[in-house]
Ligand binder design. Sequence first.
Ligand code: NDP
Length: 248
Amino acid sequence: MFNYSAPALSLKGKVILVTGAGDGIGRSAALAYAQLGATVILLGRNLDKLNAVYDQIEALNAPQAAIFPLNLETASEQSYIELTDIIDQEFGVLDGLLHNAALLGMRTPIENYDPITWEQVMKVNASAPFHLTQSLLPLLHRSKNASIIFTSSSVGKIGKAYWGAYSVSKFAIQGMMEILADELENTSNIRSNCINPGATRTAMRAAAYPGEQPENNPTPEEIMPAYLYLMSDDSLDINGQTINAQQK
Ligand code: NDP
């Protein structure tokens, strides 16, 4: 596992937005950031799941979270403007942005890939992070040290049969992260990096690998050190990199 141990309350005072915060890795990241003192904005498409995470954060006695329900597949330009305006009014700044939400789509040859599913996956996994980042950059610029984390995958580095739009979207995310890191280096206090979580025990993993024993993979909680490191001020010099959350 990536080796980092976060000092207590090391994210105190930071405002961090997590997409796909209702389940899986995003849920764990939201809880872990809150536990270290951050105010977390929970973004996702399922209000019940977001409310449950909100309650868990409250039970931790962590700073009160905020909820922004948004379906990234159908989000309009107006939704991104509203989100940005609300964060501006409530907090005036954004210190961290974790692009975590994603759809798996189909596992099938390109020849058979359903075009509608292709568009859905590209929208949620690649276009939404672009719109969200572009809209929120003015608030990230106001932070003393802002961190943008994208979520990559091993199939976003080497194309593999049947991974279709998911794989293409992860190649796109890797490129977006590198372009942004290059653009923001030396001109801002914003850094941009990727985390490749590696095989992790979530609903998406179970859907992608139905024959696998879930308990053979680490839980989302276990892969948190990389997420905490890149969000903390201990990673100020890290820009344009991809960290493997399960690196030995
Ligand atoms: P999950 O499917 O468990 O969680 C994904 C989250 O994204 C869910 O909360 C889901 O909402 C949300 N989401 C999906 N579509 C939308 C949408 N249209 N609008 C808003 N939110 C949406 O996946 P993981 O936790 O496993 O994956 C997290 C990230 O890690 C993804 O980027 C994934 O590609 C990446 N990854 C995961 C690996 C693994 O082994 N688990 C390996 C490599 C990369 P809802 O709860 O409503 O479904």
